[in-house]
Design a protein around this ligand. Structure first.
Ligand code: 5MM
Length: 333
């Protein structure tokens, strides 16, 4: 097994998942603003310190996706975060896309390929072992267009190729947004097509599938659609599109939470894993959540030092129950 395959396998260890803590300062500010937490570099460092120093997290987390700024920050005790995480047995990763630019009239495409090879070698030097790139696919009137999905896929595949070349395992994340009033059936259609176009591009770019992770949305009705679907229906549709569109050689699949409540994200993952097991799906499946893991923790912390231990307890509970769901063993009781 080569180094890339080994990293991918370790990220997908049974009963563990990946924390996405890769919010850029502007996204992080929106989270902080909700609680009046000062938007400073040191408060961002303190927030990540709280998460990363929570006792026992290595039992439930195989990896953490960082933002560039965090890669160069230190714990209170003066250890660089990547080094600290690696020492706990948690693989440090890095988000490498640089957000989106306008595409056509009302769509967007992710950017970040300029100078990427140089950045990747610097990130590897700083201790990152895997990377992530997120494309945003919005369902609306006449969107997503075929051109937008194809351009996102082309850039994502090129990123994945460069990442493997730099010795870093890529995670491609074509996120189909929950926002909108689209139906459950329309979401299934868009996720299915997005996966097809993405893997066609990945194939064309010559990316090694056994050292590649897919980060995907679940199939869900639009947030404003009023349509309700049970976790079992979500699981059936999600596993159906994955089995149809993801090559069996892909190292593994991780889910984003996309604005679901923490409880929904955990219950649905649990059902997806059980359904995938029943259908003998070929890949390991787990979580790579940001908001569904972090939101209740930030609510408990609120930027107040004295709340740290209480917030860490909340975080430990959230990751242990989501890790249980990644084995299909979560129960709400
Ligand atoms: C939305 O959070 C991350 C993107 O932040 P920026 O827009 O600031 O770069 C994103 O990478 C996130 O980690 C993943 O999409 C998964 O997050 P959720 O909250 O959907 O689980």
């Amino acid at each position: 097994m080569n180094t890339l395959q080994n990293t991918a396998k370790t990220l997908l260890a049974s009963g563990k998942g990946i924390l996405a803590a890769d919010e850029s300062p502007s996204t992080n500010k929106k989270r902080f603003d909700k609680y009046g937490i000062p938007d400073t570099e040191d408060m961002r460092r303190k927030w990540r310190e709280l998460l990363f120093t929570t006792p026992d997290i290595e039992k439930y987390l195989s990896g953490i996706i960082l933002y560039e700024e965090t890669l160069g920050q230190e714990t209170d005790s003066g250890m660089l975060f990547p080094e600290f995480l690696a020492g706990r047995g948690i693989i440090p990763g890095i988000k490498v896309d640089q957000k989106t630019e306008a595409f056509g009239k009302d769509e967007e495409v992710t950017k970040g390929l300029d100078g990427l090879a140089e950045r990747l070698s610097e990130y590897a030097h700083m201790g990152a072992q895997f990377t992530k790139w997120r494309a945003v696919i919005r369902i609306g009137e006449g969107t997503p267009s075929a051109e937008c999905v194809a351009e996102n896929a082309r850039r994502m595949a090129e990123y994945a190729r460069l990442s493997q070349q730099a010795g870093l395992v890529p995670i491609v994340e074509p996120e189909v947004l929950l926002d909108g009033n689209h139906s459950f059936a329309r979401c299934e259609e868009v996720v299915a097509n997005t996966l097809k176009v993405t893997f066609d591009a990945v194939h064309k770019a010559g990316v090694a599938l056994d050292s590649l992770l897919l980060k995907t949305s679940m199939v869900l009705p639009g947030k404003e659609s009023g349509e309700k679907r049970s976790p079992q229906e979500v699981a059936e549709a999600t596993v159906r599109v994955l089995m149809a569109g993801v090559p069996k050689e892909v190292a593994g699949i991780v889910f984003l939470s996309g604005g679901q409540t923490p409880q929904e994200a955990t219950e649905r993952l649990n059902e997806i894993v059980k359904t995938a097991q029943a259908k003998s799906a070929p890949w390991p499946l787990t979580f790579s959540y940001s908001r569904a893991l972090q939101d209740p923790v930030m609510a408990a912390w609120q930027g107040i030092e004295e709340n740290t231990a209480k917030a860490q307890e909340v975080f430990k509970r959230r990751i242990s129950e989501t890790a249980a769901a990644s084995r299909g063993e979560f129960s709400a009781e």
